[in-house]
Design a protein around this ligand. Structure first.
Ligand SMILES: Nc1ncnc2c1ncn2[C@@H]1O[C@H](COP(=O)(O)OP(=O)(O)OP(=O)(O)O)[C@@H](O)[C@H]1O
Ligand SMILES: [Mg+2]
Length: 256
């Protein structure tokens, strides 16, 4: 029997009057690479915040590593890169190495006094995102896509078992999206990190993930990629009210 890292059981949530999420049931098995897809406002970031305990559901239960969220304390087992990570203040005076080592701050205290062990861990994390040539570069001098890699390195430096990323490929151009997914594959396959990635881009995600979840207030589908691929396109688009932007690359190319 496979172990679930996250279990979402019949969760409903509203900020004020209207439900943003209704009766969500979603398990994330250890080792999976789960892509959660849905249009703007479909509740993707809200669902991640519920999983991270930043919001509390009005109904249902969330378990992390088999424990009810309220009793879960071991947050170093979970890495998170938020949707706003790209809008980082580029004037911030810190090098790539310092930013990544700051992900160990809770363990080591002030990262300025980085020990050799922390330095080694930080360099290893930087290497796994392919940014080793930029160790001493100021974070503000990097491109958006490079900064994104540095934030991912910061999220994995404490060696979490699961990494959760909210819209990491927004602003990454087509050519670099593939190398972004290659990096994800290294984290998932070689480092054994379970991944949850939220995106609009069904086309790119479904060729790279092991599991797909289709969200739009309700969870319309959740399962292995192969099962998702057997679905009828018309059915998938009906969940998204025929939101063209959400359809796969093949559809986009038809119009070129
Ligand atoms: N703090 C908040 N207070 C009230 N309503 C909110 C709050 N945050 C989000 N919402 C609403 O909840 C719904 C879901 O928002 P959420 O941010 O989860 O969507 P999303 O799928 O992540 O969208 P996007 O693709 O734009 O990031 C939206 O209708 C949004 O307006
Ligand atoms: Mg969002």
């Amino acid at each position: 029997m496979s172990e679930n890292i996250i279990e979402v059981a019949d969760v409903s949530f509203r900020y004020d009057r209207d439900d943003v999420l209704e009766h969500i049931n979603l398990d994330v098995p250890k080792g999976a690479f789960l892509g959660i897809v849905g249009p703007n406002g479909s509740g993707k970031s809200t669902l991640l915040k519920l999983m991270l305990g930043l919001l509390k559901p009005q109904a249902g239960e969330i378990r992390l590593f088999g424990k009810p969220l309220a009793r879960f304390k071991d947050w170093s087992r979970i890495g998170f890169v938020s949707q706003k990570a790209n809008s980082f203040n580029t004037g911030y005076p810190a090098t790539v190495l310092e930013v990544v080592a700051s992900g160990l701050a809770t363990k080591t205290g002030l990262f300025r006094f980085m020990g050799s062990e922390s330095r080694k861990d930080a360099i290893e994390a930087i290497r796994s995102v392919g940014m080793e040539d930029y160790l001493h570069q100021n974070i503000g001098e990097l491109s958006g896509g490079q900064q994104q890699r540095v934030f991912i390195a910061r999220a994995i430096v404490s060696k979490p078992e699961i990494l959760i990323l909210d819209e990491p490929t927004v602003g990454v151009d087509h050519q670099h999206v593939q190398s972004f997914y290659e990096m994800m594959e290294i984290l998932n396959q070689q480092l054994g990190i379970t991944l949850i990635l939220v995106t609009h881009d069904i086309g790119a995600i479904t060729s790279n993930v092991t599991h797909v979840a289709c969200l739009n207030k309700h969870l319309y589908f959740h399962g292995e990629r192969e099962k998702f691929e057997e679905l009828d396109d018309a059915e998938v688009s009906s969940w998204y009210h025929h939101d063209i932007q959400l359809l796969s690359h093949e559809h986009e190319l038809e119009g070129v």
